[in-house]
Design a binder for this molecule. Structure first.
Ligand code: HEM
Length: 471
C-alpha cells in the first residue's frame, strides 16, 4: 500500500509524489530466478534506473544476480544513509570488483582503520595545499592548451577524451605525488583504463567471473595490475630515498610520515593501496567531467560566449587561478551543471549492517541500497529544466532552495570524495584556459554523444570537438 504525499518544489509550487507509510516491502518488478533484472539493467543502466523510480516510487526494489537492490530516489533517503545513519552502512559487494587495485585503500576501507587513514590524508587537500596544487593545474592547463594548437589550426576535429585523460593524469601525479616523468605517465595511462574496464566487466556481468580464470581479458588485467604496482613502488621508493619534496608536504609525504598511537607507520601494503587508490580515483573522473563540459559548451555557443565574456572581463588575459576561480560564476556554474547532467560517478551503493527503515519501508540487514546521482540530478521536483544544460540551475538562490543531496556528484557524509576541492579547482582552470584560447565547436554532425554508464560515466563515442583559435 502506498500513500501519496506532497513535496515543495524549489520554485514554489508542489508536486505529488509516492510516500509509503506502511513499513512493508518496497515495490518493484518480479524477481527472475538467478539473474533478476541484471539483463535489463546491463542493457541500459541509466534509463532502467529512471524507469524504476518512475514506476515504483522513491524506494524501488529490484534484483541483480538474484540479490535485492533498493534504489533510493529522494534526497532525504540519501541523507539518512550518508549522514543520519551512516554507521549502519558499509560499501556494498559491488565494490569487490575494484578490490584488486584499490585493496584496503580509502575508497574501500571501513571502520576505525578508514577513519585514521582519512584523517591522515585529509590535510593534503586543505586550503594551503590546494593553493599550491592550483599552480600545478595552471601549468597543466597551459601545456594542454598548447598541445592542441596544431590540431586547432588544421581545422581537423579531435576526440578530446584521451588527451584530457593524459593531461589530468599528469596534473594529479605532479600535484599529489610530486612526480613529473613521461615514462610514469605513459605506463599509468596504459594500465589504469585496462583495470577499470576489467572491473566494469565484472560488475556488469550477469554471472560472477573470477579474475583467476586465465581468460585473455584476465591476463591483460593482471599484467596491467603488475605494471601499476611496479610504478607505484618506484614512486614510493624514490621518495623514501630522497626525502620530503614539498613544504607543507604533499600527499605522499603525509602517507610516509603517518604514525598510529603506538608510533607505527603504514605497512608497505597499506602505502601501496592508498597511493594506487588515489591514482585510479583521481584522474578519470576529472577528465570525464571536463570532457563532458567541453562537449556541452560546444553545443551551447551562447553559454560559451557568456563564460568567455566573463573570463575576458575578470582575468584580462591571465589564466584562471586559485584566487580568481571564485570570481568566475558563469564558468563554475557551467562545470557544476555539466556534472549534474553527466555525473562522472553516476551511481554508488551501500550494504546494510543492521535492519533499517527508509521512506516507510523495512530494509533487511545485508541488503544493498543504490544511490544514483544521475537519478537525483534529473528529478523535476528539484530541477526546473532537468533535461537541459542550463548553468542557471546553480545561481545562489536556486542552489539554496534545493534540498541537500538533490545534487551530489561527489557523494556525501563522512565518505564524501576526498578530491572534491581538487576537482572543483582543476575543472574551471582547464576549461577557462581552453575557452580563452579557442572557440569550441561540435566536431561531428551526430549531435550530443550518449553517455556510457560503467563505473564512471563517459561519452560513449568520445567527445568530438573542433577548436578554432581566437585571434
Ligand atoms: C570530478 C571528479 C570526481 C568525482 C565526480 C568524484 C566522485 C566521487 C564519489 C561520488 C565518491 C563517493 C563514492 C562512494 O560513496 O562510494 C568519491 C570518493 C572518493 N574520491 Fe572522488 N571524485 C572525483 C575526483 C577525485 C579526485 C581528484 C580524487 C583524488 C584525490 C578522488 C579521490 C576519492 C577518494 C579517495 C574517495 C573515497 C573517500 C572515502 O571513502 O573516504 N576523487 N569520489
Amino acid at each position: 500500500m502506498m500513500n501519496t504525499g506532497t513535496i515543495a518544489r524549489p520554485h514554489g509550487d508542489t508536486l505529488d509524489t509516492a510516500f509509503p507509510q506502511d513499513s512493508g516491502r518496497a515495490p518493484g518488478p518480479a524477481n527472475w530466478p538467478l539473474v533478476g533484472q541484471s539483463l535489463a539493467f546491463w542493457l541500459d543502466p541509466l534509463n532502467y534506473t529512471l524507469k524504476l523510480q518512475r514506476e515504483y516510487g522513491d524506494v524501488a526494489r529490484y534484483h541483480v544476480r538474484g540479490e535485492p537492490i533498493y534504489l533510493l530516489g529522494h534526497p532525504d533517503h540519501v541523507r539518512h544513509v550518508f549522514d543520519r545513519n551512516s554507521g549502519n552502512y558499509r560499501k556494498s559487494n559491488f565494490y569487490d570488483a575494484v578490490r584488486p587495485f584499490f585493496g584496503n585503500g580509502l575508497v574501500l576501507s571501513e571502520g576505525d582503520f578508514w577513519k585514521r587513514q582519512r584523517q591522515t590524508m585529509q590535510p593534503a587537500f586543505h586550503r594551503d595545499r590546494i593553493v599550491e596544487m592550483a599552480k600545478v593545474m595552471q601549468r597543466g592547463a597551459q601545456e594542454f592548451a598548447d598541445s592542441l594548437h596544431a590540431t586547432a589550426r588544421s581545422g581537423e576535429p579531435i576526440d578530446i577524451v584521451n588527451p584530457m585523460m593524459c593531461s589530468a593524469l599528469n596534473t594529479a601525479t605532479r600535484a599529489m605525488f610530486g612526480v613529473d616523468s613521461d615514462e610514469v605517465f605513459e605506463r599509468m595511462r596504459r594500465a589504469v583504463p585496462l583495470l577499470l574496464r576489467g572491473a566494469e566487466q565484472r560488475i556488469w556481468s550477469v554471472l560472477p567471473i573470477s579474475y583467476k580464470i586465465p581468460l585473455p581479458a584476465n591476463i591483460r588485467f593482471n599484467r596491467a595490475l603488475r605494471d601499476l604496482d611496479d610504478v607505484v613502488w618506484t614512486i614510493i621508493n624514490d621518495r623514501r630515498a630522497t626525502g620530503r619534496r614539498a613544504d607543507p608536504g604533499d600527499l605522499l609525504d603525509m602517507l610516509l610520515e603517518a604514525r598510529d598511537v603506538d608510533g607505527n607507520g603504514l605497512t608497505d601494503q597499506q602505502l601501496r593501496d592508498e597511493v594506487l587508490t588515489i591514482f585510479v580515483a583521481g584522474f578519470e573522473t576529472v577528465a570525464n567531467a571536463i570532457s563532458f563540459t567541453l562537449l556541452l559548451l560546444a553545443h551551447h555557443p551562447e553559454i560559451q560566449e557568456k563564460i568567455r565574456a566573463e573570463l575576458d572581463t575578470v582575468l584580462n588575459g591571465d589564466i584562471p587561478s586559485y584566487e580568481t576561480v571564485r570570481s568566475l560564476p558563469e564558468l563554475t556554474n557551467a562545470f557544476q551543471e555539466a556534472m549534474r547532467v553527466y555525473p562522472p560517478i553516476w551511481t554508488v551503493s551501500r550494504a546494510l549492517v543492521g535492519d533499517d527503515e527508509i521512506g516507510g519501508y523495512r530494509i533487511p540487514a545485508g541488503s544493498t541500497v543504490q544511490i544514483a546521482p544521475y537519478l537525483l540530478h534529473r528529478d523535476p521536483r528539484w530541477w526546473e529544466k532537468p533535461n537541459r544544460f542550463w548553468p542557471d540551475h546553480f545561481t545562489k538562490e536556486r542552489a539554496d532552495a534545493r534540498p541537500r543531496y538533490a545534487y551530489m556528484p561527489f557523494g556525501g557524509g563522512p565518505r564524501v570524495c576526498l578530491g572534491r576541492n581538487f576537482a572543483m579547482m582543476e575543472g574551471p582552470i582547464v576549461i577557462g584556459t581552453l575557452l580563452q584560447r579557442y572557440r569550441i565547436k561540435p566536431g561531428s554532425d551526430d549531435g550530443l554523444t550518449e553517455p556510457e554508464a560503467m563505473i564512471s560515466l563517459r561519452p560513449k563515442k568520445g567527445a568530438m570537438l573542433r577548436l578554432e583559435p581566437r585571434a
